[in-house]
Design a protein around this ligand. Structure first.
Ligand code: SF4
Length: 196
């Protein structure tokens, strides 16, 4: 396999679960040829076994992240299976980086199944209102995507110990309004740099 299923950045292990995503964000790093320095374009979606083999010795990490090049929660069963195995072998905190729309896309509720497995969920808020979200992230689920993300974030608070809302620092986004949305949900808030 030429592509990378697991890679380390700053001591954190990242697991590349899928390339599928139903958004088309203007700032997506997949549009940037450099990416994160690894070939993350998959020839096929990996099995849980393949991800675990690529992860190797997970006991040495303090944090392990389910990510993409894509939306990892489009494969909630794989995230759950891999998390269960890792939890038996490691004290690492498990994080998911998500756009918060997979339950809507799959028409499935899976957050409860991740309770006790996932320690941190980082949800891309991306905008301060539905109109700006639609413009920046071009979600295939339609113009009510932003409301679904807010609902997903609220429900995440019930099942995941740490919920973080993130935004990319672009001129179109009202960062302070985003911060207030995170406060209302009682979530943490993080501004990510715009990688060009
Ligand atoms: S949600 Fe994430 S992976 Fe999907 S297009 Fe946006 S930035 Fe890229």
């Amino acid at each position: 396999m030429g592509f990378t299923l697991a890679y380390e950045l700053d001591g954190i292990l990242y697991l590349n679960v899928t390339n599928r995503c139903y958004n088309n964000c203007t700032f997506c790093i997949r549009k940037n040829e450099k990416g994160v320095g690894y070939d993350l374009w998959l020839d096929k979606e990996p099995t849980a076994k393949e991800i675990l083999e690529a992860a190797g010795d997970v006991s040495k990490y303090e944090e392990i992240v389910f990510c993409g090049y894509g939306e990892p929660l489009l494969r909630p069963d794989i995230v759950e299976t891999v998390s269960k195995k890792i939890k038996k072998q490691s004290n690492a905190k498990l994080r998911i980086n998500t756009n918060g729309l997979a339950e809507k896309v799959l028409d499935l509720k899976f957050l409860e199944d991740l309770s006790g497995l996932i320690d941190i969920i980082s949800i891309s808020l991306n905008a301060h209102n539905a109109e700006t979200y639609y413009k920046l992230s071009q979600p295939s689920v339609g113009s009510d995507a932003f409301d679904h993300i807010l609902e997903f974030a609220r429900r995440s608070k019930k099942y995941i110990p740490r919920v973080i809302l993130t935004v990319v620092n672009t001129p179109e986004v009202d960062i302070e309004q985003c911060r207030r949305i995170a406060q209302d949900i009682d979530a943490e808030f993080r501004v990510r740099p715009h990688l060009t």
